[in-house]
Design a protein around this ligand. Structure first.
Ligand code: GRF
Length: 201
């Protein structure tokens, strides 16, 4: 199965997915393309280093978000992508994109959704003082961080934790959970019933 990955930042999740494919933890998958809205995203560099096609799309070259997403969809179709992975992609995707790849777009979020949606999930959970936070992998719908939840795993915040140590714990879980969700998807083990996901054996 061909995967398309969208990323805006350092791409440690992208790297975890590349490594999982190399190790055989994700089977029958190939990353066809990595696309970024940020020219300097280290994710693009990681793609290049691993011989994966990388594309930077400047939003200023497009009339609006729809035209931008049409270009992305065009690339994904050209590359015969069947699963789209948002890995730290900091751009709001349009309904057109969501509908075109309905239930075929995944995102990872660094909190236990629906708590602490948005861009600062780790920090907000830490500042709020919750004892348990975590990681969520979910399908993307037209709402913010609101699509059906595929996998969640908790991370405990201990009294001696700092924001940095919580971030570290969260990222470690992310790098295991995202490849797992992708592998389940490829094996056709993710069943969607309404907004509930059932993982079949
Ligand atoms: C991760 O924490 C992910 O949960 C969030 O964005 C961050 C991306 O990190 N959506 P990286 O670029 O994969 O290192």
């Amino acid at each position: 199965m061909k995967i398309g990955i969208l990323a805006s930042g350092s791409g440690t999740n992208l790297q975890a997915i590349i490594d999982a494919i190399d190790k055989g933890d994700i089977k029958n998958a190939e990353i066809a393309v990595v696309i970024s809205n940020k020219k300097t995203a280290f994710a693009l560099e990681r793609a290049r280093k691993n011989g994966i096609k990388d594309i930077y799309l400047n939003k200023n070259d497009y009339k609006d978000r729809l035209e931008y997403d049409k270009k992305i969809v065009e690339i994904l179709k050209e590359e015969k992508v069947e699963l789209v992975i948002l890995a730290g992609y900091l751009k709001w995707i349009t309904e057109y994109f969501v509908e075109t790849y309905k239930n075929k777009i995944m995102n990872i979020h660094p909190s236990l959704l629906p708590s602490f949606k948005g861009l600062h999930g780790i920090e907000q959970a830490y500042e709020y003082g919750v004892k348990v936070t975590g990681v969520t992998v979910h399908f993307v719908d037209e709402t913010e961080d609101g699509g059906p939840i595929i996998l969640q795993e908790e991370v405990r915040i201990e009294e001696n934790d700092t924001l940095e140590s919580v971030e570290e714990k969260i990222h470690k879980v992310e790098h295991r959970l995202y490849p797992k969700a992708i592998d389940l998807y490829i094996k056709n083990k993710i069943l969607l019933e309404g907004r509930k996901v059932r993982i079949v054996n």
